[in-house]
Design a protein around this ligand. Structure first.
Ligand code: 1CP
Length: 345
């Protein structure tokens, strides 16, 4: 007899599993003392290039929290770093680009990604993690817009003014950049699928900075290319961004099985926007976890009810685990989510 299909994959397919699956964005790293001990003095990009270490960091949250999925320990800037764009991940800040992109001539710096040669360590990490894991492994890539925002701004940004200036002033360069980054994301995701990941998440973390109109014109076609390319493999896809309440319908239509919702939009509001055909993922405010167990239970119960009213639901935070999070509250939350599902069925 085949083992039962994991709840995360059942929900992603649009069915209702026996209990609500739960995992946390940025569950690897950040708050775990065992992660900090392992990383020690190494930079994160160095750690990602050591498959034994990266696989161990991938597994840590599964052991600690009992979550229903692992997410590959890597970063959205790994593929562009691997083809020679100078990137450093600065502690407490994020990715910083040595020479930010300014115009058409910078397109020459984006050659195609050959995953087996450029990022073999990612594929090796997947192979090692898969041998140890008894829950699905989620692979991921940064969506073209979000990766472009780092390349153009040179680092984290609040306003994305340079990115938008390029978008509005030089459409040929903008679309060529989106296309190049879409091919890089697709190549990376295809290689992760071939190496054994069970689902993928496309992170368009900063797409919420755009209006519906601009998202539809300047961003959606490139993200659709990535998502449809993976759709052809049959691997479940999750599409996520922050502050994307106004974009949910468009992001769902870009070609996904699961649509991530941040905490600003309730699942009750998200449901009619995307329709019944999609699984919803989310959406506890990561700050609620800092408020303690009682507040976490209260908010999680509301979200679980709204998720049940919609249909298929993967419980998650609305964005990543905050560094100061108490791991004990997350362990308790996983148990709470699993028990809630049992009580409801
Ligand atoms: O659970 C995990 O942590 C898995 C591994 C993972 C993932 C999925 C890391 C390791 N990064 C990411 C994705 C990622 N990286 C995203 C998309 C998800 C999201 O929105 O959170 C983004 C936007 C980045 C870029 C990035 N890398 C930032 C954000 C900066 C900004 O613009 O605000 C930061 C702080 C990093 C560093 C980083 N990447 C990963 C970790 C564990 C860290 C923390 C620093 C460290 O431990 O050194």
């Amino acid at each position: 007899m085949n083992p039962p299909e994991p709840p995360l994959l059942v929900a992603a397919r649009g069915d209702i599993p026996s209990q609500v699956p739960v995992w946390f964005m940025r569950q690897a790293g950040r708050s775990l003392p065992e992660y900090r001990a392992l990383r020690a003095n190494e930079s994160i990009l160095e750690a990602i290039q050591r498959p034994d270490l990266a696989a161990e960091i991938t597994l840590q949250p599964v052991r600690r929290y009992g979550v229903d999925a692992a997410i590959l320990f890597s970063d959205i800037v790994v593929p562009v770093a691997a083809i020679g764009v100078g990137v450093e991940i600065v502690p407490g800040r994020g990715p910083v680009i040595a020479e930010p992109f300014r115009g058409a001539s910078d397109l020459l710096r984006l050659r195609p990604l050959i995953p087996e040669e450029d990022t073999p360590y990612v594929l090796e990490t997947i192979a090692i993690a898969k041998r140890e894991l008894n829950v699905p492994l989620i692979g991921f890539a940064g969506a073209p817009f979000t990766v472009a925002s780092y390349l153009i701004e040179g680092g984290p940004s609040r306003t994305f003014t340079r990115t938008k200036a390029l978008m509005y002033n030089d459409e040929p360069t903008w679309f060529a950049l989106m296309e190049a980054l879409a091919e890089i994301a697709l190549a990376s995701l295809r290689s992760q699928v071939a190496a054994g990941v069970d689902a993928i998440q496309l992170f368009d973390s900063w797409a919420g900075a755009l209006s519906r109109r601009d998202y539809a014109r300047y961003v959606l076609p490139a993200s659709r290319h990535v998502l449809e390319g993976i759709g052809a493999t049959g691997t479940p896809r999750i599409h996520f961004g922050v502050g994307t309440g106004e974009l949910l319908e468009l992001m769902a239509g870009a070609g996904t099985d699961v649509i991530g919702v941040d905490w600003r939009t309730s699942l009750a509001d998200a449901s009619p926007r995307v329709g019944r055909g999609y699984c919803l993922q989310g959406n506890l405010d990561p700050a609620v976890v800092l408020a303690g167990v009682a507040a976490t239970h209260r908010e999680a119960a509301r979200i679980l009810q709204e998720g049940a009213d919609h249909g298929p639901h993967i419980f998650n935070l609305g964005h990543g685990v905050l560094p100061e999070t108490d791991p004990g509250v997350l362990t308790d939350l996983v148990e709470f989510v699993h028990n809630f599902a049992r009580a409801a069925t």
